[in-house]
Write a protein of this length. Structure first.
Length: 372
């Protein structure tokens, strides 16, 4: 690595980083957008220190734009934040931009730095160093175990369909729980020499796997219940918010929810902010199909629950239906309201006390631009 000639006057550096599994590639720009140099470092603590030293040779580092701050770049982002630097999460360049400018690691790193300078990259990276990161990790593993258990249950039923008649009649008609318990007790008869013996061994193996996954899911669920209750007691205390939906919303906001500067930003993050689609004399909004789809699903679950038992929400549905809105349009309005309510809880100070909602569903703010 060589350092280019230093400019005469001190510059303010914007750093762009394209992250990978083994190396990170960085490009430094001055405050006028002039390229100062490029650097490649290893994805190790020593490499992060080397990158910081290299960039500091040009002048004070103002801000850093980094791709993949939730994956390959999470370690680097943590290190740079620990040095007091502002780290922004940068999306990879669009396909149109790549077709025009080409694709390489230095090109992507420079594009990240220019996105920060242009103001198109404004999302502060998640810190990923607290309780929410713990919740994210355990929830990821639990969801994987749930999928594996579903596959085991389906495979158990499939094996039973093709099992010999003797074994099939023994287990036919049982509920899933009783089928798993019975299959787990099957004797494979030692060395497999017949079709019946192979079927017994296969059913027993899948049933034991199902039981092990159930125990794993239960243990992870208990840890998640504890962590979510500790991280956001006010959130799980809200009507219709359970451990899973609360965990989803906490993960979307991150360990540093203050990075979401407004409830509108949180609504965009959850994909429930209506997008302006006006032209000429036509003023309208269209559905937002972007954002965090898992958080969007969590809002939908809460909305469906409140439509079943919350009288205020049901009255809102009836009133908007009378106004000619479709059910889907009304649900979008409710989800937008929920985003506003939940943001007040997620962005509360350390005590995370519940903030009363500013407007109930059906107020004037919920009619024109908040849901469709």
């Amino acid at each position: 690595m060589t350092l280019p000639a230093m400019p005469d006057a001190e510059v303010r550096v914007t750093l762009g980083v394209d992250t990978h599994a083994e190396v990170h590639v960085a490009v430094a720009l001055d405050q006028l957008g002039r390229r100062l140099g490029a650097c490649t470092v290893a994805t190790t603590p020593a490499g992060a220190r080397e990158l910081l030293w290299w960039a500091s040779q040009f002048g004070p580092i103002e801000q850093v734009g980094c791709e993949g701050t939730s994956s390959w770049g999470v370690g680097l982002a943590r290190f740079l934040r620990g040095q007091g630097l502002a780290v922004l999460d940068v999306n990879r360049p669009s396909r149109q931009t790549r077709r025009r400018r080409g694709k390489s690691d230095p090109v992507d790193a420079e594009a990240a730095a220019r996105a920060v300078q242009a103001g198109t990259a404004t999302t502060v990276a998640k810190t990923a160093d607290g309780q929410v990161e713990m919740i994210r990790t355990l929830r990821l593993v639990r969801r994987s175990a749930l999928k594996a258990r579903t596959q085991a249950a389906n495979q158990l039923q499939s094996l039973l369909v093709t099992a010999p008649d003797e074994l099939r009649e023994q287990l036919r008609g049982l509920s899933l729980d009783r089928l798993v318990a019975a299959a787990a007790q099957l004797d494979p008869d030692g060395r497999v020499t017949t079709t019946l013996g192979a079927s017994r061994l296969a059913l027993r193996s899948v049933a034991v796997r199902y039981q092990q996954l159930t125990a794993e899911i239960t243990a992870l669920g208990q840890q998640l219940d504890r962590l979510v209750a500790q991280a956001a007691p006010a959130l799980v205390a809200l009507p219709g918010v359970g451990t899973d939906t609360a965990a989803t919303l906490l993960i979307a906001a991150g360990d540093n929810p203050e990075r979401l500067h407004s409830e509108a930003a949180f609504a965009h993050l959850c994909g429930v902010a209506p997008i302006p689609a006006s032209s000429g004399k036509t003023t309208r909004h269209r559905l937002h199909r972007g954002g965090n789809r898992d958080a969007n699903r969590a809002l939908w679950v809460i909305a469906m629950g409140r439509l079943r038992w919350d009288q205020q929400t049901r009255a809102y549905m009836a009133r908007r239906t009378a106004e000619g809105k479709t059910k889907l349009e009304i649900i979008r309005c409710i989800k937008r309201y929920l985003a506003r309510e939940l943001y007040g809880v997620l962005s509360a100070p350390t005590d995370r006390g519940i903030r009363p909602p500013t407007r109930p569903p059906g107020s004037r703010r919920d009619t024109a631009t908040d849901g469709h």
